[in-house]
Design a protein around this ligand. Sequence first.
Ligand code: FAD
Length: 381
Amino acid sequence: MDFDRTGDQRLLAENALEFARTRLNGSFPQRLAERRFGREEWGLCGEFGLLGASVPQEYGGLGLDALSTALAVEQFARGCRDTGLVFSACAHLLACVMPLVEHADEDTRRRVLPGLVEGRTIGANAITEAEAGSDVYALSTTAIRDGQGYVLSGVKTFVTNAPVADLFLVYAKTDPADGYLGISAFLVDRETPGLSVGEPLINGGLVTSPVASVQFNDCRVAESARLGAEGDGRLIFNASMRWERTCLFAAYLGVMDRQLEEVIHHVRERRQFRKPLARQQSVAHRVADMKMRLEGARLLLYRSCWILDKGFHSDLDVSLAKLAVSEAAIQSGLDAIHLHGAMGVIEDSGVDRLLRDAIPSAIFSATSEIHRDLIARRLGL
Ligand SMILES: Cc1cc2nc3c(=O)[nH]c(=O)nc-3n(C[C@H](O)[C@H](O)[C@H](O)COP(=O)(O)OP(=O)(O)OC[C@H]3O[C@@H](n4cnc5c(N)ncnc54)[C@H](O)[C@@H]3O)c2cc1C
């Protein structure tokens, strides 16, 4: 068992941290006010390689494995205070671009991947519907065969990047009678007649990551828009979730590292009862617990990536990692606020933002209850 990073991984992590710290924080206050990232920051994510970290080099990506991708995402998120931007970039890469890498035909890959990787185009993944959230395969959007193509009808909701996306990976039923086996995946251009995006939803966390509904009203796509075979939708979505539940959640490890550094600084500097807060054992123990939670989650996530890189599909390990990271992020967000006292709840201090960014992590990529169910099933319960 070797827990050390390779020289390349170390360099990648250092570069990601440095790039994000120096290039992406300047206009963050403006992005917060506008509640969305801009094409310029998106282009910078592409310039570093984040948008194509795990994409093979032949399509312009960095060609990293899952563990190295997670290490890059982690340090990028540690350096970039705009967690919404990092979340959007990771959702784009892991739930839209990676399914294209793994399941699109070669023509489609050559046509769309360079733009998605370089930051010229933005991708989104649309599966959730009003009546199909946790019960995700209960979706009712249909893709009915019509001549040489399909006609898509239905409404998707909570689609990350929808207000700004150029391409949508859409899951729809090609065979409504066949339950989850009748779901297929389609790549749909924003400009396709019949596709319309709703008004951005106002989110309390990850605020620069724009979210909206997407409607398909007799939206006609060619047969070549389908990824894989008819009925492959569930397989494609599950594979994308293995990427997302590991590599995207690495961002929260970086956020927790930054948070811990700030908390340690604060409890050392802030004096009450004629001594630093850090000298109070209950304060120091709370910080020690933050560190323990972070390192436990980090080990689970790295191991889960390592298993993916070995070519195994262990949903048990992926769920353990996702659950541990999201719950650590929420608890540490609460602890950070508590340790800052009243300043912790003042919006301008930014301390409470980390909690608001962490709360959605227990909901997207399937909720904590769904992951506990999955773990229990794998344990034979
Ligand atoms: C920030 C954010 C970004 C998102 N981005 C995308 C995106 O890009 N594309 C996309 O398609 N979707 C996206 N989603 C949607 C996300 O996938 C869903 O929110 C998620 O699957 C949960 O569905 P729901 O919100 O309908 O909650 P519900 O399914 O209604 O769940 C509500 C509560 O009931 C619990 N519950 C439900 N079923 C069970 C059960 N069987 N046992 C125990 N408890 C249960 C849940 O755990 C939860 O606590 C995003 C969500 C968020 C918050």
